[in-house]
Design a protein around this ligand. Structure first.
Ligand SMILES: [Zn+2]
Length: 422
C-alpha cells in the first residue's frame, strides 16, 4: 500500500503545482491586486483605445492604451502599438525608446522579435536615420525572410538612395511573394527601376549597357514611357537617327497621351531625316485622334510660327485654350504667336475674352494616389513615392463638359506642395 499512497501523493503535488503554474500564468499581482491576464484584452481601456484609433483620435487612443499597458506591463502588442502611435505623432525618440525596451525582454519568440524590429525600423525611417532603418529591416528579413512590410520599406529606402540594383532585387522578392494578382504592378515597378539603372549607365556613357537596360524595361512593361525616350536618345548618340525615330513613334502608339514628351526630339530628328512636313503630319494625326489634345496643338503652333505661318498657329493655340484654359504653357504659346503677328487688335480682344475667368498654373499635374501637386510630370511621387501616378490636372474646361480627372482614393489630403525643381 505504501508505494500506492506515495504515487497518489506525487500526483496530487504535481496537479497542485500545475494549477499554481496555470494560475500564475493567468493571474498576476499588479499594484497589490491580482489581475487576470487573459482579461487585459477585455478591459475597457484596451477596447476604448482601439476604438479611438479607428476613429483617428490618436491622442485619446494613446491615453487609453497607456492605461491598458499599466494594467499589464507584459502585454507586448499594447506596447508595440503605443510606440507606433508615438511615431505617428512625430515623437520618434519616444517611439524608439519604447520599441528598444521591448527588444531587451527575455524569451521573445522569433515572430515577436521580427515585429519589434520592424516597428523600430519604421521609427528610424521616420526619423531620417537611413542606415539604422536599413539594418533594422535587414535584421527582420533574417528572422522572417518573407516579411512583406520589411521588404517594401527596404525597397523605398533603396530607391531614396538611388540604389536601383538593390531595389530591383528587393522588388523581385516582393513580386515572388505577392504572386499572380500583383504581378502587373510589380512588372511596372521593375520596369521603372530597370530604366533608372539604364539612366545610370547612360550617365557613365556606357551606351550599349544603357540601351540593353532600356530595352529590358520596355520588355517588362511596354508602358514605361521614359525608357523609350532614353532608348531613342542612345540610338541618336550612336548616330542611328532612323532607329531613334522608330522608337519614339512606337512610344506614341503605345501611350498617345504622353506623345508630347517626344515632340522636341521628333521635330529635330524629322528635320534632319525626313523634312519638316512629317512633324506637322504627326501633330495633325494626334489632334484628330484626341480632340482635346492641346499639347499637339501648341507644339504644332510653335512649329508653324517658326516656319513663318503664325496666322495658322494662332487658330491652333486658341483651340488649345478652349480645351484647357488653365495651362500657363498655352498662354505663353499665345503670347509668342500674337507677338509674331505684331499684336493684331481683333485677335488680342478675342484672347482677353477667352481668358477672362482663368486661373493659372504652369502645367499642373496631380498624384492620383496622394494628391501631391507638381508643376510638371514626375515618374515617381516625391510625397508617397509611388511610381507613375501623375495625371494632368484639369479644373474646368472653358467650353465643353469633358470628363474630369479620375476619381481619387479616399485619403487625407497632404499639404499642397508645388514642385518648382527642374
Ligand atoms: Zn503621391
Amino acid at each position: 500500500m505504501q508505494p500506492y499512497f506515495l504515487l497518489i501523493g506525487v500526483l496530487i503535488a504535481l496537479l497542485a503545482g500545475l494549477a499554481a503554474g496555470k494560475a500564475w500564468e493567468r493571474y498576476k499581482l499588479v499594484e497589490g491586486r491580482w489581475i487576470d491576464r487573459r482579461r487585459v484584452r477585455q478591459v475597457p481601456h484596451f477596447i476604448l483605445g482601439l476604438n479611438f484609433l479607428v476613429a483617428n483620435q490618436v491622442d485619446a487612443a494613446i491615453e487609453e492604451l497607456e492605461k491598458a499597458a499599466k494594467i499589464d506591463p507584459g502585454a507586448l502588442e499594447v506596447k508595440l502599438v503605443l510606440g507606433n502611435l508615438y511615431r505617428e505623432k512625430g515623437q520618434v525618440g519616444r517611439a524608439v525608446q519604447e520599441h528598444q525596451a521591448l527588444l531587451q525582454r527575455p524569451r521573445l519568440d522569433r515572430v515577436e522579435h521580427a515585429n519589434v524590429l520592424l516597428c523600430l525600423g519604421l521609427d528610424f525611417r521616420r526619423g531620417g536615420f537611413i542606415d539604422r532603418a536599413t539594418s533594422a529591416f535587414t535584421e527582420v528579413l533574417k528572422l522572417d525572410p518573407d516579411n512583406e512590410a520589411a521588404l517594401a520599406n527596404l525597397e523605398k529606402l533603396q530607391e531614396e538612395q538611388h540604389q536601383w540594383q538593390e531595389a530591383y532585387s528587393t522588388r523581385q522578392r516582393l513580386a515572388a511573394l505577392a504572386g499572380r494578382p500583383e504581378q502587373p504592378r510589380s512588372q511596372a515597378i521593375l520596369a521603372f527601376l530597370e530604366h533608372e539603372i539604364g539612366l545610370q549607365a547612360l550617365g557613365q556613357h556606357q551606351l550599349d549597357e544603357a540601351a540593353r537596360r532600356f530595352s529590358a524595361a520596355i520588355e517588362l512593361d511596354r508602358l514605361v514611357v521614359p525608357a523609350y525616350l532614353h532608348l531613342g536618345d542612345v540610338r541618336l548618340l550612336q548616330n542611328d537617327t532612323a532607329a531613334a525615330i522608330k522608337i519614339w513613334e512606337t512610344m506614341i502608339e503605345v501611350a498617345p497621351e504622353r506623345a508630347y514628351l517626344a515632340f522636341d526630339r521628333l521635330e529635330r530628328a524629322y528635320g534632319t531625316l525626313n523634312g519638316p512636313g512629317r512633324f506637322e503630319q504627326l501633330c495633325r494625326r494626334l489632334i484628330q485622334g484626341t480632340a482635346r489634345d492641346w499639347r499637339a496643338r501648341v507644339a504644332l503652333a510653335a512649329h508653324l510660327t517658326s516656319r513663318g505661318d503664325a496666322q495658322k498657329a494662332l487658330e491652333l493655340v486658341f483651340e488649345a485654350l478652349e480645351h484647357n484654359p488653365h495651362a500657363l504653357a498655352i498662354h505663353q504659346a499665345i503670347w509668342n504667336t500674337l507677338e509674331a503677328l505684331k499684336l493684331p487688335s481683333e485677335q488680342v480682344a478675342r484672347y482677353v475674352e477667352i481668358t477672362r475667368t482663368s486661373v493659372f498654373y504652369l502645367d499642373p499635374h496631380l498624384c492620383i494616389r496622394c494628391r501631391y501637386r507638381s508643376t510638371e510630370l514626375l515618374w515617381q511621387c516625391p510625397h508617397c513615392h509611388e511610381w507613375n501616378t501623375f495625371v494632368e490636372e484639369r479644373i474646368t474646361p472653358a467650353t465643353d463638359n469633358e470628363s474630369e480627372i479620375p476619381a481619387l482614393p479616399e485619403t487625407p489630403v497632404p499639404p499642397v506642395a508645388i514642385d518648382t525643381a527642374g
